[in-house]
Design a protein around this ligand. Structure first.
Ligand SMILES: Cc1cc2nc3c(=O)[nH]c(=O)nc-3n(C[C@H](O)[C@H](O)[C@H](O)COP(=O)(O)OP(=O)(O)OC[C@H]3O[C@@H](n4cnc5c(N)ncnc54)[C@H](O)[C@@H]3O)c2cc1C
Length: 459
């Protein structure tokens, strides 16, 4: 009937058009939903309503304009390496940022990166200019958006802080559907709520990152310590005098029947060749037992986990559950927490099929206000990285929770890339004095509370 048609036309608003476009673009195929309900952790499987693959900030804005007023959860997905469903949207919309992955241009000492890029792509674009991000995590297959949301820790953190501390400017779409460019001087409160902000207030579309000169070569020193006290004492010295470009370390199981551990500093000196680092000057005052020294190209060193990934993919273990626990320990209780957790029968499998990272960070270098850390000049990352047989992970997640509570009572803080159930009360405690700032930013920029629900911060 003509009158009805003209009535319909007259009431088709731009918001209706956005809704129609979002619904049309939503990929709801069963295999897509299954894939979006998977992450590296392999522990949480929350199928969304559908997946959108935005090609521009405008499309992200449309998605949030659609989802916000309807209260539909939205999760951004960059590399898909969440551990416990943090990048999933139960009954909501997953924004798969794979189409937004361009890197460049590199201009002077900075680079523009889209949030869906992987760090491997970022490094590939900057190295031809002799430059690299000042801090990289151990794994370059993670996504730009996800690492900036977590903070990002690596071997250069004792010198340069978080990966996220090198962000100069961000282009974001907030949960309220505002498309903004922010920096410390422009929409400063919003800018400070995004790096290490667990995707709670905005979806990162693009970041401008500061770069530093990249070395051509690195010399890697693996220094072995029989006892934890000697190890921690040298790690303190190395973190504070910053003689190495890169500093990490591990607890490693001894091949004895008594269940003992020894410890390994992994330190790297960068150089351009032909003059190699002075080993004697670097090592003379340290108390290690034995050392292995190797020379590597910088690019090979930076992407060293790629080889492990290939092996684990071939064996199928890459797709097994990963009940990982990352904690930041204050220096004064670190030795007792490490000793007790490593002796806990619930973590025995770490000896056979796991990796224990234990390395120092200098707190004054960690600048993003939402990145929480224990008190003290030096804190230690304790990363308990386990792989479970399919179906066997639940007790390991429960053990993570017990270890977290034990460590928290001794001043530890979670580094929130974890397979760790956390209640809103835990999060309030986690953020402490920053909780009010985060809650204020949330109410302004994500008033419908649709973003980042997978972390479980809010009731
Ligand atoms: C093998 C391996 C090694 C690792 N090593 C380190 C390490 O050395 N140091 C370290 O710090 N971490 C490390 N991690 C952890 C990793 O940095 C985090 O899990 C990171 O969040 C993964 O990012 P992603 O984009 O790949 O994952 P995703 O699952 O896509 O994203 C992770 C989280 O960030 C949010 N997010 C993603 N994109 C955006 C965006 N554009 N805007 C807003 N929010 C967004 C997601 O919603 C989700 O909550 C490692 C992980 C793996 C698998």
């Amino acid at each position: 009937m003509p009158t009805a048609i003209s009535w319909e036309r007259a009431t088709v608003t731009s918001s209706d058009r956005v809704s129609a476009r979002c619904e049309e673009l939503l990929d709801t195929r069963p295999e897509t939903l299954r894939e979006a309900a998977r992450d590296f952790g392999g522990l949480v499987h929350a199928p969304p309503l559908g997946v959108l693959r935005p090609r521009s900030a405008a499309e992200i804005k449309d998605a949030l304009a659609y989802a916000g007023p309807r209260g539909i959860p939205v999760a951004a997905r960059s590399g898909g390496h969440s551990l416990y469903g943090q990048g999933q949207a139960d009954g909501g919309i997953v924004l798969d940022l794979g189409e937004l992955s361009a890197v460049g241009p590199v201009t002077g000492d900075r680079v523009e990166v889209r949030a869906g890029a992987l760090w491997r792509d970022v490094l590939a674009a900057t190295l031809p200019h002799g430059l690299a991000p000042p801090v990289l995590t151990d794994y370059l297959g993670a996504g730009v958006g996800g690492v900036l949301s977590a903070g990002g820790l690596g071997g250069a953190s004792h010198r340069h802080g978080l990966v996220a501390d090198s962000v100069l400017e961000l282009e974001v779409v907030t949960g309220a559907g505002e498309h903004l460019v922010c920096s410390p001087d422009r929409h400063g409160a919003l800018f400070h709520a995004v790096p290490a902000g667990l995707g709670q207030v905005a979806v990162i579309v693009r970041a401008t990152l500061r770069l530093a000169p990249a070395p051509a070569l690195v010399r890697r020193y693996c220094l072995y310590y029989p006892d934890l006290d000697g190890y921690l004492s040298d790690q303190h010295l190395l973190a504070t005098d910053r003689r190495f470009a890169y500093l990490e370390g591990q607890a490693r199981p001894l091949e004895d029947t008594a269940g003992g551990w020894h410890y390994m500093v992994e330190a790297v000196a960068a150089h351009q060749g032909p003059t190699p680092p002075d080993d004697t000057a670097l090592l003379a005052d340290l108390s290690f037992d034995s050392a292995e020294i190797t020379d590597l190209g910088y690019a090979e060193f930076a992407d060293r986990v790629a080889e492990d990934e290939e092996i684990l993919r071939a064996s199928g273990e890459w797709l097994h559950p990963h009940p990982w626990l990352n904690l930041l320990l204050p220096e004064d209780t670190a030795a007792s927490v490490v000793t007790d957790v490593l002796a806990d029968p619930a973590f025995t499998d770490l000896r056979e099929n796991g990796l224990v990272l234990l390395y120092p960070l200098l707190t004054r270098t960690l600048r993003a206000p939402l990145f929480r850390r224990p008190h003290g000049e030096v804190v230690l990352l304790l990363a308990l990285l386990r792989t479970a047989a399919p179906g066997a992970a639940d007790p390991m997640v429960a053990a993570n929770r017990t270890a977290f509570e034990y460590a928290r009572a001794k001043g530890a803080v979670a580094y929130p890339v974890n397979a760790l159930p956390m209640s809103p009360a835990d999060w309030r405690e986690h953020y402490g004095s920053q909780w009010g700032t985060l809650a204020e930013a949330k109410s302004v920029h994500d008033p419908h509370g649709v973003l980042g629900r997978g972390h479980g911060l809010w009731l």
